[in-house]
Design a protein. Structure first.
Length: 289
């Protein structure tokens, strides 16, 4: 099926999904502007990157947008976004939204309201259309899986809650323990390990075409984020650009290899009868800024 046929089937101009996609693009372009101003590198990731390479824009049925950056750059971005975002956008993280409990940030549109199927957002202050910003850091995959387990109970509490006031207190305690005690301790141990053993489990051997071997740093989602597919830094850096909805935006320099390591044959369309939307309810308040 051609890209145009897919567009007409899933997100024709004027459809609710296409309006959502265009709003996400607006948010991304504002974040891109700020990142460029402060020389903060980022790249399109996951389904957004697949969309760029396969469709030169959104996957026609996609209703989210993801970017990634190194954790050190993420911390810089978190410091500048609150003062540089326009009024119609809001940064959402644990510092700006008291009930938000993810270890990555969102930038939200204040001119819309969107509730997700999973219901995790039901008590969050900001509920508009958003893009996700994922910090990436260098640590062994087994350790990342351990941090996932250390926060996993938060999701179970929130998913099965019959008393949201009580549940959010429990969720916040678990979040604060991980964010303020466990994760900083783990990062300190990893820094010590990298000093004592520079080529440790933080690096993965890679084989060149010549048959020689070298070690390549591996990064994955920052601690506590429930995604742990490894990313090889030699496939990401130096960044390049690719067309996404008519704009040249940052992508890994070997995006094809990068995506194949994570998703396999990403150019093959999935089973179109098994698509699962994120959005449960969506409404727009104003199409003008």
């Amino acid at each position: 099926m051609t890209n145009e046929a897919l567009r007409q089937r899933y997100n024709p101009d004027g459809s609710l999904l296409r309006r959502q996609q265009m709003r996400m693009l607006e948010i991304l372009l504002e974040v891109d502007r700020i990142c460029k101003r402060h020389a903060i590198p980022y790249w399109l990731s996951s389904g957004t990157l697949i969309g760029a390479l396969r469709h030169d824009g959104f996957i026609p049925w996609d209703d989210d947008l993801d970017i990634e950056m190194l954790r050190s750059d993420y911390l810089r971005l978190m410091a500048v976004l609150p003062r540089e975002l326009p009024d119609w956008l809001a940064l959402q993280n644990d510092q700006t939204d008291p009930n938000y409990f993810y270890f990555y940030a969102k930038v939200r549109d204040r001119r819309s309201r969107m509730l997700e199927q999973n219901g995790y957002d039901r008590l969050w202050r900001e509920q508009g259309i958003y893009i996700d910003i994922f910090p990436m850091e260098q640590h062994p995959i087994w350790l990342h899986k351990l941090t996932e387990k250390s926060v996993g109970h938060m999701y179970k509490i929130w998913r099965t809650s019959t008393d949201d006031t009580k549940a959010i207190r429990s969720v916040r305690r678990i979040f604060n323990f991980n964010n303020k005690i466990l994760f900083p301790c783990l990062r300190s141990l990893l820094r010590l390990q990298s000093i004592l053993t520079p080529h440790s489990a933080l690096h993965t051997p890679r084989k060149k075409l010549t048959g020689s071997r070298r070690t390549v740093p591996v990064i994955t989602s920052a601690m506590g984020i429930p995604f742990h597919n490894p990313r090889y830094t030699d496939e990401i850096f130096p960044l390049t650009t690719h067309v996404f909805e008519g704009h040249d935006l940052p992508v890994p320099h070997d995006a094809d290899a990068h995506l194949r390591h994570i998703f396999g044959d990403y150019m093959q369309l999935p089973d179109l009868t098994k698509l699962a939307p994120h959005v449960g309810k969506l409404e727009f308040f104003d199409d003008a800024r």
